[in-house]
Write a new protein. Structure first.
Length: 169
């Protein structure tokens, strides 16, 4: 375990905060093994001297945010197809935790599915906070469990996407 001054997760505002639990577990997992940081995928010329590790294991991403701010839309864009229902509404369209796998290619649409560009991803869509039916308490326990489950799976959580609409005050 890292020394307290080097560990950003040593002092928590709330020990049951699911994001902090997941981050703390990931930090403990990372600090218990020797790791060399490598760029997983990138095109030639961007980082020519960096070793590129090729792996079929997906990057795990989970999206959190308010209802209607575009979590499902963002995840659909990352996957390159519509895996999640999306609609502009004050009522949450996502009522349960959903996941989908695909291949993220940060290039032109005609280059999708080229394994040399991009990486496999697994995305997790969550219900939004602050929907018009006041279901935050119901959704919070689902989101908390999804974060804990994802953190405990092989690979853990690689990225938590906090999604905000640009016009949100």
């Amino acid at each position: 375990m890292l020394a307290n001054e080097d560990n950003p997760f040593h002092s928590l505002e709330h020990d049951q905060d699911p994001i902090m639990i997941a981050a703390r577990r990931q930090s403990q997992s990372l600090s218990s093994s020797t790791i060399s940081i490598q760029w997983r995928y990138c095109s030639e010329g961007v980082f020519p001297s960096v070793h590129r590790e090729r792996t079929e294991s997906p990057l795990n991403l989970i999206a959190l945010g308010r209802t209607g701010d575009g979590k499902s839309s963002l995840l659909n864009d990352l996957l390159g197809h519509q895996a999640f229902k999306q609609k502009i509404s004050a009522k949450s369209q996502t009522k349960e935790i959903q996941s989908s796998e695909g291949f993220w290619a940060p290039l032109h649409p005609y280059m999708h599915n080229k394994k040399d560009f991009g990486c496999p991803i697994r995305v997790i869509d969550t219900p939004g906070f602050g929907d018009s039916q006041m279901r935050d308490k119901e959704f919070f326990s689902l989101i908390q469990q999804a974060l804990l489950d994802a953190a405990n799976e092989k690979g853990g959580i690689h990225c938590i996407l906090m999604v905000f609409k640009i016009t949100t005050k």
